[in-house]
Design a protein around this ligand. Structure first.
Ligand SMILES: [Zn+2]
Length: 282
């Protein structure tokens, strides 16, 4: 499949001819919730190289001279069908770009019917105000773009990683709700939780739904989210090396039992963390 320049799905980008970029993606047919590694090769150093996806641009990371890597993803509510991944920057003073076509494929998610007491599903105006303010504040933090610090392989946040519920279409007391954009990992209170990659704490605080919550910015638009913690041991702005303990599993916030609600957001949206851990390391 060619689109100006050739895309080789699942293979490293070929060396690019002088003055051009070449692009490759880890899969040409990503499903809903899939992360996609984008690799760019150039005949020289590219200035201000960005990956373009879903109408926005994020910085890419140099992995070797003339070789760059980015991470994007297909949101769990994205529409299926053809899409284009682009890369562009400046090479020897001239603007250069490359594009790869992908086809977003569907994925079946489980439907989860829950019956909860009214107090857990209906909120007064003050609570609704708090919920909206917290969501807006988190969106602001997710929109900040910092230089990429993540690298593969990512590390599962708990030793016994047994994910459940990713993408579940929830029906609560008969009403369809937002899909569950993370995984739930049921573990005893106090189980250590660790950072899945190098990063910096973008949020550490108490939320209505998430309870004690931590968000780590791994750069390049990649964030990891940890909710319902019994306690957290990091503060906003703190550096968190991959594998560092950031807190422990709990049941704070709107949780029906002790578990870690763990999510990953990449450029493009909310992806399945389990598929992130399956990405090959380098
Ligand atoms: Zn959850």
């Amino acid at each position: 499949m060619c689109f100006g320049l050739c895309m080789i799905a699942g293979a490293p980008a070929l060396a690019a001819p002088d003055g051009t970029l070449s692009i490759a993606v880890s899969t040409g047919t990503p499903a809903l919730g899939d992360p996609v590694v984008v690799e760019v090769t150039a005949s020289g150093a590219v200035d201000n190289l960005v990956v373009r996806w879903k109408g926005a641009a994020w910085p890419m990371r140099e992995t070797a001279p003339g070789r760059y890597e980015g991470l994007i993803g297909v949101d769990i509510e994205e529409s299926v069908g053809p899409a284009v991944v682009g890369a562009e920057g400046f090479l020897d003073g001239a603007r250069v770009r490359a594009e790869a076509k992908v086809t977003i494929s569907p994925r079946k998610f489980p439907v989860q019917e829950l019956t909860l007491p009214k107090g857990m599903t209906e909120f007064d105006d003050a609570t609704l105000g708090r919920i909206r303010a917290e969501a807006a504040e988190l969106s602001r933090r997710f929109s900040r773009v910092t230089p990429p610090r993540w690298r593969t392989p990512f590390l599962p946040p708990v030793e016994e990683y047994r994910p459940a519920n990713f993408g579940a279409r929830r029906v609560i007391n008969g009403d369809p709700r937002m899909p569950h954009s993370a995984v739930d990992i049921h573990l005893p209170e106090g189980t250590p939780v660790r950072a899945i990659a190098d990063g910096r704490v973008a949020f550490a605080g108490e939320q209505f739904f998430g309870g004690r919550s931590v968000v780590i910015d791994h750069g390049g638009g990649v964030f990891s989210v940890y909710y319902h913690l019994r306690e957290f041991s990091v503060t906003e702005g703190q550096e968190t090396p991959r594998g560092d303990r950031i807190g422990s599993v709990g049941a704070t916030g709107r949780a029906t039992g002790s578990h870690l609600h763990f999510g990953v957001r990449v450029p493009g949206g909310r992806v399945d963390p389990t598929r992130l851990f399956a990405l090959p390391g380098r």
